[in-house]
Unconditional design. Structure first.
Length: 174
């Protein structure tokens, strides 16, 4: 098992599982982002890993940015952080093996953007996805608007991003 305090890479039978574990909501602080990046790079490089699952737990995949951490940042610090977050997500998107986001509970904001980096998303019955950043006056900043638009089309993506509403598993499947 590899990883850090909040993110681990577990490998069994050729499947690498990147597990997020920062209770209560897997908020994406700087440390968690860096640990995601490290585990993604390792999973991509390991010959014994043939596919990767990203999993946040039964109740939440990832609830997005750590707002407490963000509140103390200046504009320049926020821009730097957005670039770092994008780098972490690019590492996941760049894994040269099939990747699957196993979504249970909430995948919101940066958490949803993390799921969108994967090749496939499997949602449990209790899954709720969305990009509610707009409700805080923030535009999604880790490539989610582009990935979402390519996945569901521009009109549906605009609906989700502009309203900040949550989408349940059944609607996401449609």
């Amino acid at each position: 098992m590899a990883g850090g305090e909040f993110v681990t890479l577990e490998v069994a039978d050729g499947i690498g599982t990147i597990r997020l574990a920062r209770p209560p909501m897997n908020a994406l602080n700087r440390q968690l982002q860096e640990e995601i990046r490290g585990c993604a790079l390792e999973a991509g490089a390991r010959e014994d890993v043939r596919a990767v699952i990203v999993y946040g737990g039964e109740k939440v995949f990832a609830a997005g940015a750590d707002i407490k951490e963000m509140s103390s940042l200046s504009y320049n610090d926020m821009a730097t952080r957005a670039h770092e977050l994008s780098g972490s997500f690019s590492a996941l998107a760049g894994i040269p093996k099939p990747t699957i986001a196993a979504i249970t509970g909430y995948a919101l904001g940066g958490g949803y953007e993390l799921a969108l980096c994967c090749d496939f998303r499997i949602a449990g019955d209790n899954a709720k996805v969305g990009q509610p950043e707009i409700l805080l006056g923030i535009i999604p900043g880790a490539g989610g608007t582009q990935r979402l638009s390519r996945l569901v089309g521009p009109a549906k993506a605009k609906d989700i991003v502009y309203t900040g509403r949550f989408v349940g598993a059944e609607e996401a499947l449609a």
